[in-house]
Design a protein around this ligand. Structure first.
Ligand code: DC
Length: 211
């Protein structure tokens, strides 16, 4: 079974995808980490993330980079969003994601274009969202939990800027895939959101079985 989980930054999609992978005993790929690795490589090479050739050159990053804790920072998230608008970068990362999705037994992938581009034939598609204010509050709590200072207004502004870039880009923009079920986590705890996601997956699988 292939489960595609898409949605904007800090919507809860990563937590939900990890929980679904555990529940259905499937391998999981957080595809945002690939774009983050490209963003970090460009920065370290002194390249320009808005320049397609510089960003493409960074796609051959060493896999060890995928475990670098710096990848999770807000700054690298913003760089990832910038490198991800280039068609050449997206093409360079497609095979790796499709191979992961196509492994025997299936997989859970989360990102922005899993249900639309990477695995349009996924058995189950979820589109996870939440209001920008709620997402910013969650990000702030996460940063504070790690002992980092955070400003709510700045986080809301960053999230809105990232949404605009991810949604309005020409190639593989963030959008709810055809057949994807919407899960708004604004008013849900993590536990409730995960429970709801499992119910939605089971319902989609059951619906296909009886069709
Ligand atoms: O999910 P994330 O915040 O780690 O993603 C970081 C950026 O990477 C996101 O703003 C846009 C890009 N991205 C993408 O374009 N396609 C994906 N499948 C995953 C991430």
């Amino acid at each position: 079974m292939i489960i595609a989980v898409d949605g904007p930054a800090a919507s809860g999609k990563g937590t939900i995808a990890r929980a679904l992978a555990r529940h259905y005993q499937l391998p999981h790929l957080d595809t945002g980490m690939l774009y983050r690795a490209v963003g970090l490589s460009v920065a370290r090479a002194g390249g320009d993330p808005d320049n397609e050739a510089d960003a493409l050159a960074a796609c051959g990053f060493d896999d060890a980079l995928l475990t670098d804790p710096e990848l999770r920072s807000e700054a690298i998230g913003a760089l990832a969003s910038r490198v991800s608008i280039h068609a050449a970068v997206r093409n360079a990362l497609v095979k790796r994601q499709r191979d992961f999705a196509g492994q025997t037994g299936g997989a859970v992938l989360d990102g922005r274009d899993i249900g639309t581009v990477i695995a349009p034939d996924a058995d189950v598609k979820l589109f996870v969202t939440a209001s920008p204010e709620m997402r910013a509050q969650r990000r702030m709590r996460e940063l504070q939990d790690h002992g980092l200072a955070a400003d709510l207004d700045a986080l809301v502004a960053d999230i809105r800027a990232r949404d605009a870039r991810d949604t309005n880009r020409a190639v593989a923009p963030l959008k709810q895939a055809q057949g994807a079920v919407l899960l708004d986590t604004s008013d849900l705890s993590i536990e409730a959101a995960v429970r709801q996601a499992i119910l939605l997956v089971d319902a989609q699988v059951e619906g296909q079985r009886t069709n």
